[in-house]
Design a protein around this ligand. Structure first.
Ligand SMILES: [Zn+2]
Length: 104
């Protein structure tokens, strides 16, 4: 196994060497993504009560994200964009580009 420049603790390095390279939300390491997603310890040790994301500790990449969390993040982005548009100053040019030339 070739290690990348990702900083790993001694525990993580030993686990990854043994094939346990998928880390769930509570920090437990598993050999399979599916096992990490279904981590029982996450029920007790995470704020959401279930595993929300799994990382490959060797590459540092996210290999799983809970659909609930992904939807929540998308909703927050849409809400922020709506708020930005709603709070932007309104000008006559927004409604009709020709009116943008008129000054008072
Ligand atoms: Zn867990």
């Amino acid at each position: 196994m070739t290690m990348t420049s990702t900083e790993l603790s001694v525990h993580q390095l030993r686990a990854a060497t043994g094939g346990y390279c998928y880390e769930c939300s509570c920090g437990e390491l598993y050999r399979l993504v599916s096992a990490a997603v279904e981590c029982r310890k996450c029920r007790y040790y995470t704020d959401h009560g279930y595993c929300t994301e799994v990382y490959d500790i060797v590459t540092g990449t996210k290999v799983y994200e809970s659909p609930v969390i992904a939807n929540e993040r998308e909703r927050e982005v849409r809400e922020a964009e709506y708020r930005r548009q709603a709070e932007a100053p309104f000008t006559l040019g927004d409604a009709c580009p020709e009116l943008a030339q008129i000054t008072f």
